[in-house]
Design a protein around this ligand. Structure first.
Ligand SMILES: [Zn+2]
Length: 294
């Protein structure tokens, strides 16, 4: 199964410069046009060109970047996801790993999770990220994805666009990668604190997000975390900041965990507040489902 997936990925992969197929030579992929070659580490192609590799290593060497790498490699985010208080999400019916996500993962559908890893929603996904983290299938730059036009049925881009240098370019890549009629599912933050994974560059209003995704036929746009959820998260981060715990990773994470359990029942207020048309003004973030026109 894994072998089949690897073979499929290697058959899709392209030279990021020449957009042509690559030849496998031992543990490397070689472009016969430009001569550039790329490592394959444990079946994962590492498709970073030298200048991008430098940018990535600078990002991962930042304080927040190093923290992210530790978190990804230790699996602590998986543990946290098991133990954390319930999320009150409003992208009703879009639980990507549950039945709500079925419409994005039809049988045999080719699904790209841009920014996926260290977690994936389903085995079926091909995940792409900037480093060799757990559950990453391709290491590459989302601004210049080394995969062919019109090759995917679905692209998932979950809380990634705030972390890239140029969200417009990444969205153009998503559009290019989708087959006609293919779907994108994307989430972005609005009223949400700085989180360096490995850095954090942008926030999106509802209108800005709609415009960013303007090439797609908008099927659906909505709030992920409501005004109360956003306010409570801000409160938790304020307490951590007030106590000076931002740089003490373990204590910070523990404090955040305890506080979030204490306050989570208030988030259910959003079940009521989110029905209002102006809830977007204070929302924590948005999701969009878009379709590439035929
Ligand atoms: Zn090339």
């Amino acid at each position: 199964m894994q072998h089949e997936k690897t073979a499929r990925i290697l058959s899709l992969i392209r030279c990021p410069l020449c957009k042509t197929g690559l030849d496998r030579k031992d543990d490397r992929l070689v472009c016969s046009v430009c001569g550039e070659n790329f490592e394959v580490v444990n079946d994962v192609p590492v498709m970073l060109l030298p200048d991008v590799r430098k940018q990535v290593s600078d990002l991962l060497n930042m304080e927040t970047g190093a923290e992210m790498v530790d978190e990804y490699n230790s699996g602590s985010s998986m543990l946290y996801n098991l133990l954390r208080p319930p999320e009150v999400h409003f992208n009703a019916g879009i639980d990507l790993s549950g039945p709500g996500g079925d419409r994005f993962y039809g049988p045999g559908a080719l699904v790209l999770n841009l920014g996926g890893g260290p977690m994936r929603f389903r085995e079926q996904e091909i995940t792409l990220n900037i480093g060799l983290f757990p559950n990453v299938d391709i290491v590459a730059d989302a601004h210049d994805v080394p995969l062919p036009d019109a090759s995917f049925d679905t692209v998932i881009c979950n809380a990634v666009l705030e972390h890239v240098f140029d969200p417009h370019r990444v969205v153009s890549e998503i559009y290019r990668l989708l087959k006609p009629g293919g779907q994108v599912y994307a989430e972005v933050p609005f009223m949400w604190f700085y989180h360096g994974y490995p850095s954090d560059f942008w926030r999106f209003t509802r209108d800005g997000f709609k415009r960013l995704m303007g090439e797609f036929n908008h099927v659906e746009i909505g709030v992920t975390q409501g005004p109360t959820g956003a306010l409570l998260q801000q409160f938790v981060m304020y307490i951590i900041f007030f106590l000076g715990l931002n740089k003490r990773v373990t204590v910070r994470k523990f404090t955040s965990f305890v506080l979030r359990w204490l306050i989570f029942p208030f988030k259910y207020l959003d079940l009521w507040l989110n029905r209002r048309s102006d809830a977007h003004m204070l929302a924590g973030g948005f999701y969009i489902v878009g379709r590439k026109g035929d």
